[in-house]
Design a protein around this ligand. Structure first.
Ligand SMILES: [Mg+2]
Length: 272
């Protein structure tokens, strides 16, 4: 990564935004060229995903990304920088603080988590996940089942406490309210000296809402395949809803903010 100060920072969700994860297609060539063009003008970009680092890298290979992003926000809360040896390394002490906060949180929230586990295993067909990599999560069999689980959690979880959860379709992960896609993006932008007015954020699901905020990113958008709740949120906050899905929607949203003068011109062979 060059040392000069970035002119803007793009935060792009992976599944359902950068790529259509239901299909094995490679990332759109036009999207990749667009990102390269912006990058050549000092713009930096990060994938901001619920996937782990390993799972994200598998996704990059699967969808044949020709070049890696400058940064990676994984598990909705870990911030990594790509070093000169093409390795993902911690950016500052954020990941360390994040890990410590989660250990403490899960210890403190045992009672609530036990109640959720009991509800999930006895009253639904969903799977409760408890592993070293994922200490506290749920995989539902369909969206309606996850809606039911979320409603249950809302009835027992203190509204203002640190215990929070991130939902991405049928996947749910408990987390600390202070470590989200939004706060991670804010930390990254501050660390590299990019003000919120020069941050672009796009995503399609519930777990993207924390970054689709104008105090985090002044340029907010979602692709046309975004869930209705995300679309309503983006409209309410003065963002841009693309008329195309996934990668095409990302290109469209980037062009929108280029046309407003908030991003540098994209040097591509435009349509006549
Ligand atoms: Mg997504």
């Amino acid at each position: 990564m060059p040392n000069s100060a970035p002119t803007a920072l793009l935060s792009i969700d992976f599944d359902g935004t950068l790529v259509d994860s239901r299909r094995p297609d490679p990332i759109l060539e036009e999207l990749s060229d667009t990102l390269d063009s912006l990058r050549s003008q000092g713009v930096r970009w990060t994938v901001n995903t619920g996937r782990t680092v390993t799972h994200t890298m598998e996704g990059f290979v699967h969808h044949r990304l020709p070049s890696l992003p400058d940064f990676l926000i994984a598990r909705e809360r870990e911030v990594y920088l790509l070093n000169n040896f093409n390795r993902w390394v911690d950016l500052g002490d954020w990941n360390h603080k994040c890990e410590k906060a989660h250990v403490k949180l899960f210890r403190k929230s045992k009672k609530i988590i036990r109640a959720v586990r009991e509800f999930v295993t006895k009253s639904t067909s969903a799977q409760f996940i408890e592993s070293i990599e994922e200490p506290c999560g749920v995989i539902a069999t369909h969206d309606d089942e996850m809606d039911t689980i979320c409603r249950f959690i809302e009835t027992i979880k203190p509204a203002a406490g640190d215990l929070h959860y991130e939902r991405n379709s049928v996947y749910l992960r408990f987390s600390h309210r202070q470590f989200t896609k939004g706060s991670s993006l804010q930390f990254l932008a501050q660390s590299i000296g990019v003000p919120p007015s020069s941050v672009f954020a796009i995503g399609d699901s519930f777990n993207d809402v924390t970054k689709l905020r104008r105090d985090v990113a002044d340029m907010i958008a979602c692709p046309s395949n975004a869930v209705i709740e995300v679309k309503s949120h983006v409209i309410k906050n003065g963002g841009y809803i693309a008329s195309s899905p996934e990668g095409e929607g990302v290109i469209e949203a980037l062009r929108h903010f280029v046309s407003l003068g908030q991003l540098p011109q994209i040097a591509l062979c435009e349509e006549a």
